[in-house]
Design a protein around this ligand. Sequence first.
Ligand code: BGC
Length: 382
Amino acid sequence: MELNRRTVIAGAAAAGVAATTLGGTAHATGGRKPVKELFGKLADGTKVYRWSLENGGTRLKVLSWGGVVQSLEIPDRHGRYANVSLGFDNIEDYVAKTPYFGALIGRYGNRIAKGQFTLDGKKYQLSVNDGDNSLHGGTQGFDKRVWDVEPFTKGSDVGLYLYYTSVDGEMGYPGTLKVKVTYTLTKHGDWRIDYEATTDKATVVNLTSHVYWNLGGEGTGTIEDHELKIAASRYTPTDSGLIPTGELAKVAGTPFDFRKAKAIGRDIRTGHTQLVTAKGFDHNWVLDKGITAKPEHVASLRDPSSGRTLKIATNEPGLQFYSGNFLDGTLVGPSDRTYRQGDALCLETQHFPDAPNHPSFPSTVLRPGQTYRTTTVHSFHA
Ligand code: BGC
Protein backbone atom coordinates (compact mmCIF):
# COMPACT_ATOMS: atom_id res chain seq x y z
CA MET A 1 0.00 0.00 0.00
CA GLU A 2 1.24 3.48 -0.75
CA LEU A 3 0.86 5.77 2.22
CA ASN A 4 0.92 9.44 1.63
CA ARG A 5 2.78 11.89 3.82
CA ARG A 6 -0.21 12.81 5.93
CA THR A 7 -0.89 9.16 6.70
CA VAL A 8 2.69 8.67 7.90
CA ILE A 9 2.51 11.69 10.18
CA ALA A 10 -0.93 10.85 11.49
CA GLY A 11 0.36 7.35 12.24
CA ALA A 12 3.42 8.71 14.04
CA ALA A 13 1.30 11.13 16.05
CA ALA A 14 -1.14 8.39 16.98
CA ALA A 15 1.77 6.32 18.23
CA GLY A 16 2.86 9.30 20.34
CA VAL A 17 6.22 9.63 18.59
CA ALA A 18 5.65 12.82 16.61
CA ALA A 19 8.04 14.91 18.71
CA THR A 20 11.01 12.62 18.18
CA THR A 21 10.23 11.29 14.72
CA LEU A 22 9.49 14.69 13.30
CA GLY A 23 12.22 16.57 15.08
CA GLY A 24 10.50 18.81 17.58
CA THR A 25 7.77 21.29 16.95
CA ALA A 26 6.80 20.67 13.33
CA HIS A 27 3.33 19.30 12.76
CA ALA A 28 1.48 17.91 9.78
CA THR A 29 -0.13 21.33 9.55
CA GLY A 30 1.91 24.48 10.07
CA GLY A 31 5.69 24.51 9.94
CA ARG A 32 8.06 26.50 12.02
CA LYS A 33 9.94 29.64 11.19
CA PRO A 34 13.09 29.02 9.09
CA VAL A 35 16.25 29.12 11.20
CA LYS A 36 19.49 30.70 9.98
CA GLU A 37 23.04 29.68 10.91
CA LEU A 38 26.52 30.37 9.59
CA PHE A 39 27.65 27.55 7.27
CA GLY A 40 31.07 28.89 6.31
CA LYS A 41 32.96 31.65 4.56
CA LEU A 42 34.15 32.10 1.00
CA ALA A 43 37.84 32.88 0.33
CA ASP A 44 37.03 36.62 0.23
CA GLY A 45 35.37 36.44 3.66
CA THR A 46 31.76 36.47 2.42
CA LYS A 47 29.56 34.61 4.87
CA VAL A 48 27.49 31.70 3.62
CA TYR A 49 24.39 30.94 5.65
CA ARG A 50 22.35 27.78 5.95
CA TRP A 51 18.60 27.99 6.46
CA SER A 52 16.70 25.09 8.03
CA LEU A 53 13.01 24.65 7.28
CA GLU A 54 10.54 22.00 8.26
CA ASN A 55 6.89 21.46 7.40
CA GLY A 56 4.51 18.57 6.85
CA GLY A 57 7.25 16.10 7.73
CA THR A 58 9.85 17.35 5.22
CA ARG A 59 13.11 18.91 6.44
CA LEU A 60 15.06 21.14 4.09
CA LYS A 61 18.43 22.85 4.49
CA VAL A 62 19.34 25.56 2.00
CA LEU A 63 22.54 27.56 1.50
CA SER A 64 22.71 31.20 0.50
CA TRP A 65 25.49 30.07 -1.88
CA GLY A 66 23.85 28.84 -5.09
CA GLY A 67 20.49 28.38 -3.35
CA VAL A 68 21.89 24.91 -2.72
CA VAL A 69 19.68 22.27 -1.15
CA GLN A 70 22.33 20.98 1.23
CA SER A 71 20.03 18.38 2.78
CA LEU A 72 16.47 17.19 2.22
CA GLU A 73 15.14 14.68 4.71
CA ILE A 74 11.99 12.62 4.31
CA PRO A 75 10.70 9.52 6.09
CA ASP A 76 10.55 5.98 4.71
CA ARG A 77 7.54 3.70 5.03
CA HIS A 78 8.39 3.16 8.72
CA GLY A 79 8.80 6.88 9.44
CA ARG A 80 12.61 6.70 9.42
CA TYR A 81 14.25 9.81 8.06
CA ALA A 82 17.10 10.00 5.56
CA ASN A 83 18.75 12.81 3.65
CA VAL A 84 17.86 11.92 0.07
CA SER A 85 20.03 14.49 -1.71
CA LEU A 86 23.78 14.40 -2.33
CA GLY A 87 25.90 17.21 -0.97
CA PHE A 88 28.78 18.20 1.29
CA ASP A 89 29.01 19.25 4.93
CA ASN A 90 31.29 22.24 4.28
CA ILE A 91 31.45 25.23 1.95
CA GLU A 92 35.03 24.55 0.83
CA ASP A 93 34.05 21.31 -0.92
CA TYR A 94 31.09 23.02 -2.60
CA VAL A 95 33.31 25.80 -3.95
CA ALA A 96 36.14 23.49 -5.01
CA LYS A 97 34.37 20.54 -6.54
CA THR A 98 30.60 20.43 -6.57
CA PRO A 99 29.03 18.98 -9.71
CA TYR A 100 26.06 21.33 -9.08
CA PHE A 101 24.85 19.35 -6.01
CA GLY A 102 21.41 20.72 -5.07
CA ALA A 103 22.04 24.04 -6.82
CA LEU A 104 19.90 26.58 -8.58
CA ILE A 105 20.96 26.64 -12.22
CA GLY A 106 21.00 29.71 -14.46
CA ARG A 107 21.01 31.74 -16.55
CA TYR A 108 20.62 28.70 -18.82
CA GLY A 109 20.12 25.12 -17.63
CA ASN A 110 22.08 22.52 -19.61
CA ARG A 111 24.14 23.17 -22.75
CA ILE A 112 24.34 25.86 -25.39
CA ALA A 113 26.45 24.69 -28.34
CA LYS A 114 29.83 26.42 -28.53
CA GLY A 115 28.39 28.92 -26.05
CA GLN A 116 26.97 30.86 -28.97
CA PHE A 117 23.58 32.05 -30.08
CA THR A 118 22.09 34.83 -32.16
CA LEU A 119 19.22 36.95 -30.89
CA ASP A 120 17.57 39.76 -32.87
CA GLY A 121 20.45 39.55 -35.37
CA LYS A 122 23.17 39.93 -32.75
CA LYS A 123 25.64 37.15 -32.00
CA TYR A 124 26.54 36.43 -28.37
CA GLN A 125 29.51 34.46 -27.03
CA LEU A 126 28.95 32.91 -23.61
CA SER A 127 31.40 31.57 -21.07
CA VAL A 128 32.43 28.07 -22.19
CA ASN A 129 33.01 25.43 -19.49
CA ASP A 130 32.19 22.02 -20.99
CA GLY A 131 34.50 21.26 -23.89
CA ASP A 132 33.46 23.77 -26.54
CA ASN A 133 30.05 24.29 -24.95
CA SER A 134 28.49 26.39 -22.22
CA LEU A 135 26.92 24.27 -19.44
CA HIS A 136 24.54 25.48 -16.72
CA GLY A 137 25.26 29.18 -17.24
CA GLY A 138 29.05 29.05 -17.68
CA THR A 139 32.04 29.06 -15.32
CA GLN A 140 30.32 31.22 -12.70
CA GLY A 141 26.67 30.36 -13.09
CA PHE A 142 23.89 31.12 -10.60
CA ASP A 143 24.95 27.97 -8.71
CA LYS A 144 28.17 29.72 -7.63
CA ARG A 145 26.66 33.06 -6.63
CA VAL A 146 25.63 34.29 -3.22
CA TRP A 147 21.87 34.88 -3.14
CA ASP A 148 19.96 37.22 -0.83
CA VAL A 149 17.66 35.04 1.23
CA GLU A 150 14.54 36.12 3.11
CA PRO A 151 12.45 33.69 5.15
CA PHE A 152 8.66 33.72 5.21
CA THR A 153 5.73 31.99 6.80
CA LYS A 154 2.43 32.36 5.01
CA GLY A 155 -0.67 30.57 6.29
CA SER A 156 0.44 26.98 6.70
CA ASP A 157 3.43 27.39 4.34
CA VAL A 158 7.01 28.14 5.30
CA GLY A 159 9.70 29.11 2.85
CA LEU A 160 12.49 31.24 1.53
CA TYR A 161 12.68 33.95 -1.08
CA LEU A 162 16.01 33.88 -2.91
CA TYR A 163 17.11 36.90 -4.94
CA TYR A 164 19.93 37.29 -7.42
CA THR A 165 20.63 39.99 -10.00
CA SER A 166 22.73 38.89 -12.95
CA VAL A 167 24.20 41.98 -14.57
CA ASP A 168 24.21 42.74 -18.31
CA GLY A 169 27.04 40.79 -19.92
CA GLU A 170 27.61 38.39 -17.02
CA MET A 171 28.88 35.11 -18.47
CA GLY A 172 28.22 36.70 -21.88
CA TYR A 173 24.43 36.95 -21.54
CA PRO A 174 22.69 40.14 -22.61
CA GLY A 175 20.47 42.11 -20.23
CA THR A 176 20.40 42.59 -16.48
CA LEU A 177 18.26 39.74 -15.22
CA LYS A 178 16.50 40.07 -11.88
CA VAL A 179 15.73 36.65 -10.48
CA LYS A 180 13.48 35.64 -7.61
CA VAL A 181 13.17 32.01 -6.63
CA THR A 182 10.70 30.92 -3.95
CA TYR A 183 11.24 27.67 -2.07
CA THR A 184 8.04 26.69 -0.25
CA LEU A 185 7.43 23.78 2.08
CA THR A 186 3.72 23.14 2.29
CA LYS A 187 1.78 21.61 5.14
CA HIS A 188 1.79 18.35 3.18
CA GLY A 189 5.59 18.38 3.06
CA ASP A 190 5.73 19.29 -0.65
CA TRP A 191 8.72 21.29 -1.81
CA ARG A 192 7.59 23.82 -4.38
CA ILE A 193 9.91 26.02 -6.45
CA ASP A 194 8.61 29.16 -8.16
CA TYR A 195 11.03 30.86 -10.51
CA GLU A 196 10.54 34.45 -11.67
CA ALA A 197 12.76 36.72 -13.73
CA THR A 198 12.65 40.01 -15.60
CA THR A 199 15.17 41.59 -17.95
CA ASP A 200 16.01 45.02 -19.36
CA LYS A 201 17.23 43.62 -22.74
CA ALA A 202 16.15 40.61 -24.77
CA THR A 203 17.92 37.53 -23.40
CA VAL A 204 17.50 33.78 -22.99
CA VAL A 205 16.55 32.14 -19.67
CA ASN A 206 16.15 28.55 -18.55
CA LEU A 207 16.21 28.08 -14.77
CA THR A 208 16.19 24.77 -12.97
CA SER A 209 17.24 22.93 -9.81
CA HIS A 210 19.99 20.32 -9.70
CA VAL A 211 19.22 18.06 -6.75
CA TYR A 212 20.92 14.64 -6.95
CA TRP A 213 18.30 12.22 -5.61
CA ASN A 214 18.93 8.94 -3.88
CA LEU A 215 15.70 7.96 -2.14
CA GLY A 216 17.51 5.30 -0.13
CA GLY A 217 19.58 8.11 1.41
CA GLU A 218 22.74 9.82 0.19
CA GLY A 219 25.75 7.54 0.35
CA THR A 220 23.72 4.32 0.34
CA GLY A 221 24.80 3.16 -3.11
CA THR A 222 23.26 2.90 -6.55
CA ILE A 223 19.93 4.24 -7.78
CA GLU A 224 19.74 1.59 -10.50
CA ASP A 225 16.93 -0.17 -8.62
CA HIS A 226 14.87 3.04 -8.31
CA GLU A 227 11.80 2.88 -10.52
CA LEU A 228 11.22 5.86 -12.74
CA LYS A 229 8.20 6.91 -14.74
CA ILE A 230 8.21 9.86 -17.17
CA ALA A 231 5.13 10.98 -19.11
CA ALA A 232 6.99 11.50 -22.37
CA SER A 233 6.72 9.74 -25.75
CA ARG A 234 9.76 11.52 -27.19
CA TYR A 235 13.20 12.69 -26.16
CA THR A 236 15.92 14.81 -27.71
CA PRO A 237 18.88 12.67 -28.89
CA THR A 238 22.29 14.32 -28.64
CA ASP A 239 25.61 14.42 -30.49
CA SER A 240 28.94 13.46 -28.94
CA GLY A 241 29.06 16.77 -27.02
CA LEU A 242 25.60 16.10 -25.53
CA ILE A 243 24.05 18.83 -27.70
CA PRO A 244 20.58 17.97 -29.07
CA THR A 245 20.64 17.06 -32.76
CA GLY A 246 17.24 18.76 -33.14
CA GLU A 247 15.35 15.51 -33.65
CA LEU A 248 12.45 14.61 -31.36
CA ALA A 249 12.85 10.84 -31.32
CA LYS A 250 10.18 8.38 -30.20
CA VAL A 251 10.96 6.51 -26.98
CA ALA A 252 8.85 3.50 -28.04
CA GLY A 253 10.98 0.38 -28.37
CA THR A 254 14.08 2.07 -26.89
CA PRO A 255 15.69 2.17 -23.43
CA PHE A 256 14.28 5.73 -23.20
CA ASP A 257 10.74 4.46 -22.74
CA PHE A 258 9.79 5.26 -19.13
CA ARG A 259 6.09 5.69 -19.87
CA LYS A 260 5.51 2.73 -17.57
CA ALA A 261 7.56 2.68 -14.37
CA LYS A 262 10.77 0.74 -14.83
CA ALA A 263 14.00 0.23 -12.90
CA ILE A 264 16.65 2.67 -14.05
CA GLY A 265 19.21 -0.13 -14.34
CA ARG A 266 17.04 -2.35 -16.52
CA ASP A 267 18.11 -1.03 -19.92
CA ILE A 268 21.10 1.14 -19.00
CA ARG A 269 23.62 -1.44 -20.28
CA THR A 270 21.92 -2.24 -23.59
CA GLY A 271 24.61 -0.54 -25.66
CA HIS A 272 22.19 1.91 -27.31
CA THR A 273 24.50 4.47 -28.96
CA GLN A 274 22.83 7.36 -27.11
CA LEU A 275 23.56 5.65 -23.78
CA VAL A 276 27.13 4.84 -24.76
CA THR A 277 27.84 8.46 -25.73
CA ALA A 278 26.36 9.90 -22.51
CA LYS A 279 27.69 7.07 -20.27
CA GLY A 280 24.10 6.43 -19.21
CA PHE A 281 20.96 8.55 -19.29
CA ASP A 282 21.64 12.26 -19.74
CA HIS A 283 18.86 13.45 -21.99
CA ASN A 284 15.90 15.76 -22.22
CA TRP A 285 12.48 14.08 -22.30
CA VAL A 286 9.84 15.96 -24.29
CA LEU A 287 6.92 15.94 -21.87
CA ASP A 288 3.68 14.90 -23.59
CA LYS A 289 1.68 17.62 -21.84
CA GLY A 290 3.83 20.41 -23.34
CA ILE A 291 3.93 23.84 -21.69
CA THR A 292 1.03 24.21 -19.29
CA ALA A 293 -0.39 27.14 -17.35
CA LYS A 294 -0.26 25.15 -14.11
CA PRO A 295 2.17 22.47 -12.93
CA GLU A 296 1.09 19.00 -14.04
CA HIS A 297 2.39 15.66 -12.83
CA VAL A 298 5.14 14.42 -15.18
CA ALA A 299 7.39 12.00 -13.32
CA SER A 300 7.55 9.59 -10.39
CA LEU A 301 10.60 8.06 -8.78
CA ARG A 302 10.27 5.22 -6.28
CA ASP A 303 12.79 3.39 -4.17
CA PRO A 304 11.23 -0.04 -3.61
CA SER A 305 13.31 -0.87 -0.54
CA SER A 306 12.51 2.24 1.54
CA GLY A 307 9.16 2.93 -0.11
CA ARG A 308 10.13 6.58 -0.52
CA THR A 309 8.53 8.10 -3.61
CA LEU A 310 9.08 11.46 -5.26
CA LYS A 311 6.50 12.92 -7.62
CA ILE A 312 7.26 15.88 -9.82
CA ALA A 313 4.78 18.34 -11.31
CA THR A 314 5.79 21.22 -13.55
CA ASN A 315 4.54 23.60 -16.17
CA GLU A 316 7.81 23.21 -18.12
CA PRO A 317 7.89 21.25 -21.43
CA GLY A 318 11.07 19.24 -20.73
CA LEU A 319 12.74 17.04 -18.13
CA GLN A 320 16.46 16.26 -18.05
CA PHE A 321 17.04 12.84 -16.55
CA TYR A 322 20.74 12.46 -15.68
CA SER A 323 21.75 9.15 -14.10
CA GLY A 324 24.79 10.47 -12.22
CA ASN A 325 27.16 9.21 -14.93
CA PHE A 326 30.07 11.44 -14.07
CA LEU A 327 30.19 10.66 -10.33
CA ASP A 328 33.51 8.82 -10.13
CA GLY A 329 34.16 7.97 -6.50
CA THR A 330 36.24 11.07 -5.79
CA LEU A 331 33.61 13.06 -3.87
CA VAL A 332 32.74 12.31 -0.24
CA GLY A 333 29.34 13.25 1.17
CA PRO A 334 28.28 14.34 4.67
CA SER A 335 28.02 10.74 5.88
CA ASP A 336 31.65 10.10 4.88
CA ARG A 337 30.73 7.82 1.99
CA THR A 338 32.08 8.29 -1.53
CA TYR A 339 29.75 8.91 -4.42
CA ARG A 340 30.24 6.54 -7.37
CA GLN A 341 28.70 6.44 -10.82
CA GLY A 342 24.93 6.01 -10.59
CA ASP A 343 24.74 6.77 -6.85
CA ALA A 344 22.13 9.48 -7.56
CA LEU A 345 20.04 10.91 -10.35
CA CYS A 346 18.84 14.36 -11.34
CA LEU A 347 15.41 15.24 -12.70
CA GLU A 348 15.66 18.78 -13.98
CA THR A 349 12.49 20.45 -15.22
CA GLN A 350 13.37 22.81 -18.04
CA HIS A 351 13.06 24.13 -21.57
CA PHE A 352 15.15 22.07 -23.97
CA PRO A 353 18.95 22.21 -24.01
CA ASP A 354 20.42 24.45 -26.73
CA ALA A 355 16.96 25.86 -27.56
CA PRO A 356 18.50 29.23 -28.59
CA ASN A 357 20.02 27.38 -31.58
CA HIS A 358 16.92 25.34 -32.45
CA PRO A 359 14.05 27.51 -33.71
CA SER A 360 11.79 24.42 -33.66
CA PHE A 361 12.18 24.03 -29.86
CA PRO A 362 9.96 26.03 -27.47
CA SER A 363 11.50 29.49 -27.15
CA THR A 364 13.59 30.55 -24.15
CA VAL A 365 13.69 34.22 -25.13
CA LEU A 366 12.66 36.74 -22.47
CA ARG A 367 12.06 40.37 -23.43
CA PRO A 368 11.75 43.56 -21.39
CA GLY A 369 8.22 43.89 -20.06
CA GLN A 370 7.72 40.13 -19.84
CA THR A 371 8.02 38.06 -16.67
CA TYR A 372 9.55 34.60 -16.80
CA ARG A 373 7.53 32.31 -14.51
CA THR A 374 7.82 28.59 -14.01
CA THR A 375 6.90 26.26 -11.17
CA THR A 376 7.98 22.80 -10.13
CA VAL A 377 6.47 20.86 -7.22
CA HIS A 378 8.16 17.90 -5.55
CA SER A 379 5.87 15.78 -3.42
CA PHE A 380 7.03 12.95 -1.21
CA HIS A 381 5.26 9.76 -0.21
CA ALA A 382 6.16 6.51 1.48
C1 BGC B 1 23.89 17.45 -17.27
C2 BGC B 1 25.11 16.54 -17.29
C3 BGC B 1 26.18 17.18 -16.46
C4 BGC B 1 25.66 17.39 -15.08
C5 BGC B 1 26.66 18.13 -14.24
C6 BGC B 1 23.45 17.58 -15.87
O1 BGC B 1 22.37 18.44 -15.81
O2 BGC B 1 22.87 16.95 -18.07
O3 BGC B 1 25.57 16.33 -18.60
O4 BGC B 1 27.33 16.41 -16.42
O5 BGC B 1 24.50 18.14 -15.11
O6 BGC B 1 26.84 17.56 -13.03
